[in-house]
Design a protein around this ligand. Structure first.
Ligand code: UDP
Length: 312
């Protein structure tokens, strides 16, 4: 039985990855410090003998006894309001945390996959975003703490690959949604679902003409799994290229939730909010044979079922 360490295991993506690796027959060690994650996301795994949970902050030295075959580094505050409230922790987990996990991977001769982000492209001047675009990031803006930590993470991961011959993988994750998103994490989808369900105004930031491209979590997990077991070490975009404006996204959620009291309202646009975002996934198609299968209508229906329960 192979062993995988998943950091950020109690988070949205981390918990779905734990489920996937358990289903695939791995022994899973989940690690989290719960500053944004919740044990509710993994409590169903606690009775399993193949699952172990370590409460630990990976920005401090990481000790795991015994053998490790794979490491997935998914620990980080990941929504704009989280990294505004926790700027130092965000920088530390992307830099010191990554360094600790690369060191652990080297010591254990494990393969490591690190979670990078479409934020490395900043407010992109190239559209859609391909992996060879270097990005347009404001290092000192409010998003800089996340964007630059993730860019540093990519650089450090490549350095370990090139200098130590470590087996590394880098996934650039675009906007992802699905069950287990935190209701109040401030991101657009949890905000719109909770506002629509409560019959409040859906808070569109700016004129709502900015775009995003939303990937259902199940598709994302399949893409990450394929990447880990591929032999490709350069960054790969994983996301759904179906692009939509935030206005139209708000209207889709209004239609789905069908609460007559809900409506669109407009609020100021946050600083450095990217105007357009859509992944070019031709590389993932070519090297992984991967593309998303779940369209937004289906993904939103499934996610609505979760938010109905989660929003009180
Ligand atoms: N947004 C919005 N209303 C909200 C939350 C977000 O209009 O209540 C917008 C935000 O300004 C951005 C987009 O939705 O243009 C996606 O924001 P999110 O925080 O989900 O993530 P981002 O893609 O910006 O990292």
């Amino acid at each position: 039985m192979k062993t995988v360490l998943i950091t950020g295991a109690a988070g949205f993506l981390g918990s779905h990855l734990c489920d996937k690796f358990i289903r695939e027959g791995f022994r899973v060690i989940g690690m989290d410090n719960l500053i944004t994650g919740s044990l509710d996301n993994i409590k169903h795994l606690f009775p399993l003998k193949e699952f172990e949970y370590y409460h630990h902050d990976v920005s401090k030295f990481v000790h795991v006894p015994g053998n490790l075959d794979y490491i997935l580094h998914f620990a980080s505050p990941a929504s704009p309001i989280d990294y505004l409230q926790m700027p130092i922790q965000t920088m530390k987990v992307g830099s010191l945390g990554t360094h600790n996990l690369l060191g652990l991977a080297k010591a254990k001769k494990a393969r490591i996959l690190v979670a990078s982000t479409s934020e490395v492209y900043g407010d992109p001047l190239v559209h859609p975003q391909k992996e060879d675009y270097w990005g347009n990031v404001n290092p000192i803006g409010p998003r800089g703490v996340y964007d630059e930590a993730k860019r540093f993470q990519e650089a450090l991961t490549m350095a370990y690959h090139n200098f130590h011959g470590l087996e590394t993988r880098i996934v650039r994750i675009f906007n992802t949604y699905g069950p287990r998103m935190r209701v109040n994490d401030g991101r657009v989808l949890p905000a719109f679902f909770s506002q629509a369900i409560r019959g409040e105004g859906l808070t569109i930031f700016g004129d709502g003409l900015q775009t995003r491209s939303f990937c259902y979590v199940e598709d994302l997990v399949e893409g990450i799994y394929s990447l880990l077991f591929s032999d490709y070490h350069l960054p790969v975009n994983i996301g759904n290229p179906d692009e939509i404006s935030i206005n139209d996204f708000g209207k889709e959620i209004l239609d789905l939730v069908a609460n007559p009291k809900a409506r669109l309202i407009y609020k100021p646009l946050p600083v450095d909010d990217p105007k357009k975002r859509r992944p070019d996934i031709s590389l993932a198609k070519k090297v992984l044979g991967w593309e998303p299968k779940i369209n937004r209508a289906e993904g939103l229906r499934r996610t609505f079922e979760y938010f109905k329960e989660a929003v009180s």
